[in-house]
Structure formats: structure tokens, C-alpha cells
Design a protein around this ligand. Structure first.
Ligand code: CA
Ligand code: CU
Length: 366
């Protein structure tokens, strides 16, 4: 059968807009489905749909990775199913409920063993985690060990080390969370961690191809939209946005879906393994990637022996001089057992899981 020429042309141009390797964003088309029932507490319905994922590959800086500018390339078409998502990052008080209920001990609180690190001297096998410390003078931005230090005794209860605590920080995002910690919490809560595609679909808030979660202007009408770093990095955070360092959740405007802090404040774990070439693989396959789950195994050429998963959203340390990954399509990554004081998480729940729980839960049995 012959196809009318006009249809072919129209289809081709849509195809080009959506799938060409030319870094073009096409329109976000959200699924037209109503939420499947009542929202689980603190969660928001994200309808899912089809969207253009990624970031144009002209970014300059990066946090700990020279390849950051390329790994969000090319922009490719993705479809995700609808799901529920926590409106905020998991807070200290929420994480404490989990620890109280389960007795869970986070990775940073466990003493590393000789078996795990056979070559390490015994005195180095101490429980702790990685903490940001500003430098006392300007430094070249080529070596992140200048501002990241392993601190013995740093963990979620003591995010900056043994002298720090959570007094008055109930509504702050929990940090110093390794991937298995986030996963354990999610399981306890009857939830899971978002895929990278789900995170980005949600972060875009229904907009199409915008630079930021909220639009194309960093400060619309002079308003600060996310908790990032101002001033000379990594010497002094001027805190012009109201916060030098971490902020409690919900202090900046929500995005189009009502989600808070999807850019800035703390990085958040996603369930995908990290590979810088994953988007290229998807784009080469062509068509629309349906509910992509990430590559089968991790690989980061910068640190080939480390197993990394994706981080998203950027943090209070992000800035235009060094690492501007509050830009919505950009990617982060981290070794799975490493927490830091600017890394947390939030959970999602599939529509089906939520529905099963509603029918099977004790509330509906009687
Ligand atoms: Ca700030
Ligand atoms: Cu950053």
C-alpha cells in the first residue's frame, strides 16, 4: 500500500525533532491518566509520558568528573509510566523512624573490615564518611581532594563529623547515605528508588526541554529557585540564596508537579548504574526508550574499578564556576558505598504497587 507523501513528510519531521542526534528537545507529552487512587502520604502523582531526556553537551564544568559535559548527550526520547514520588527528599526525622523501627546501621557507621580492604593499614579501617570542607584560599578546580575529606565518625547522625549533630535539623534532608542505605529505607517504606528517567521526567515538571526545573532563567524576577552556591568555590559560600550550606526541605518553590528541591540542596540517588555512554546506546537503538532502567553494569572510565550509580539534581555546592548540575538534564554519579554531606535521596512507588497495597492493606480488609 502506498502512503500519502504528506504523511511521510510529517512523520519524518517529528522523527527528526524527537530522535535526531542534534540535541533537539521535542515536546513533553504527559499521559492522560488520573491518579490511581488516593496519594500515599507525602507523595505526588507523576503522570509519566513521553519526553526528551538529557542535556545539550556544551556544559563546561563538572564536580568530580571531567566527562560530565558529555554524559548527558545525546538528547533522546523516553517514555515512563506514571508513578508516585516523594514531594521532598527523605528528611532526618523520617530516616530516624526507619532506624528506630528496624535497628538499621548505615554503611558509614560500620567499621570497614580487613576482608573488604585487604591492603589498607589497620589504623585506616575506621567508620566514617566523606565531608566537604571549604579551602582557606583559592585553589585550582582540578582536584576535588582539596575540598573532600574522609572524616572518622561522620555519618547521618553526625553529617559533618563527630562534633556535628541533628539538633533542630529534623526537616533537613538526611545525608551521608550510601546506596544500600537508601535502598533499605525504600524497602521498609514500601517504596523504591526512582530510575534516572523517572527522576528527570518528574524534575521537568511537565515543561519541555527547559534548562532548569522551573524554566530557562536561573533567577526569574530575581527570585532564587534552588539552593546552590554563591561566591568563590570552594572557599566561601556567600549564601545569597538564604542558605550557606544545606537547607531544610521545602524552602524553595516547588516545580510544576509540586515536587520540592528537584534541583540543588542535595544530590539524590537513582537506581540506574552509571555509564557515561548510556544515552548514546539508547539513541543508537532509535525509537522511544520505554521505562529505561539503566545499563546492565556500571562503568566509569575515570574510575574503572568503582561501581557507581546515578546521582541527580545537584546540591548546595553546585555553582556556575565549577559544577552547574542544577541544570535539569545533567547527570551525577557516585560509588555505591560512599555517602557525603551533600547526598541524600527520595523514593517513588509504582502505581500498581500502590494499588495492590490499597486493596490488600489492613485498612480495606474489614
Ligand atoms: Ca545556598
Ligand atoms: Cu555540583
Amino acid at each position: 500500500m502506498r502512503v500519502p507523501a504528506v504523511v511521510v513528510v510529517a512523520a519524518l519531521s517529528i522523527y527528526r525533532a524527537a530522535f535526531s542526534a542534534g540535541d533537539e528537545f521535542a515536546r513533553t507529552v504527559a499521559n492522560n491518566v488520573s491518579p490511581p487512587g488516593k496519594a500515599p502520604e507525602g507523595m505526588i502523582w507523576i503522570p509519566g509520558g513521553e519526553f526528551s531526556m538529557g542535556a545539550a553537551g556544551n556544559g563546561g564544568g563538572s564536580c568530580e568528573m571531567p566527562m560530565a559535559s558529555n554524559d548527558a548527550d545525546p538528547i533522546h526520547r523516553v517514555r515512563v509510566d506514571g508513578f508516585w514520588m516523594d514531594a521532598t527528599a527523605v528528611t532526618n526525622e523520617q530516616f530516624e523512624q526507619f532506624v528506630k523501627a528496624t535497628g538499621y546501621v548505615t554503611i558509614a557507621e560500620r567499621t570497614p573490615t580487613k576482608e573488604e580492604f585487604p591492603t589498607a593499614p589497620a589504623e585506616n579501617l575506621v567508620a566514617g564518611s566523606v565531608v566537604f570542607a571549604p579551602t582557606d584560599h583559592e585553589v585550582p578546580l582540578d582536584n576535588h581532594f582539596q575540598w573532600w575529606t574522609y572524616i572518622s565518625g561522620a555519618n547521618w547522625r553526625h553529617p559533618l563529623g563527630p562534633d556535628s549533630d541533628l539538633k533542630g535539623k529534623e526537616k533537613y534532608p538526611v545525608v551521608q547515605i550510601a546506596y544500600p542505605d537508601a535502598e533499605a529505607y525504600a524497602k521498609w517504606a514500601g517504596k523504591r528508588l526512582p530510575t534516572e528517567a523517572e527522576f528527570e521526567f518528574a524534575a521537568r515538571g511537565g515543561l519541555s526541554g527547559k534548562t532548569y526545573v522551573w524554566g530557562d532563567e536561573f533567577r526569574p524576577n530575581g527570585k532564587w529557585m534552588a539552593n546552590t552556591w554563591q561566591g568563590k568555590f570552594p572557599v566561601k559560600d556567600a549564601g545569597e540564596d538564604g542558605f550557606a550550606g544545606i537547607a531544610p526541605v521545602k524552602r524553595f518553590p516547588p516545580n510544576g508537579y509540586g515536587l520540592y528541591d528537584m534541583a540543588g540542596n542535595v544530590w539524590e540517588w537513582c537506581s540506574d548504574w552509571y555509564r557515561p555512554d548510556y544515552y548514546k546506546t539508547l539513541a543508537e537503538k532509535g525509537g522511544v526508550a520505554i521505562n529505561p532502567q539503566g545499563p546492565d553494569s556500571p562503568f566509569d572510565p575515570a574510575e574503572p574499578n568503582e561501581k557507581k550509580r546515578v546521582h541527580r539534581g545537584g546540591s548546595f555546592l553546585c555553582n556556575s564556576q565549577y559544577c552547574s548540575r542544577y541544570i535539569v538534564g545533567t547527570r551525577g554519579k557516585g560509588e555505591v558505598n560512599t555517602g557525603t554531606n551533600h547526598l541524600g535521596f527520595r523514593c517513588v512507588k509504582s502505581a500498581q504497587e500502590a494499588a495492590t497495597k490499597l486493596t490488600a492493606g489492613p485498612g480495606t480488609v474489614r
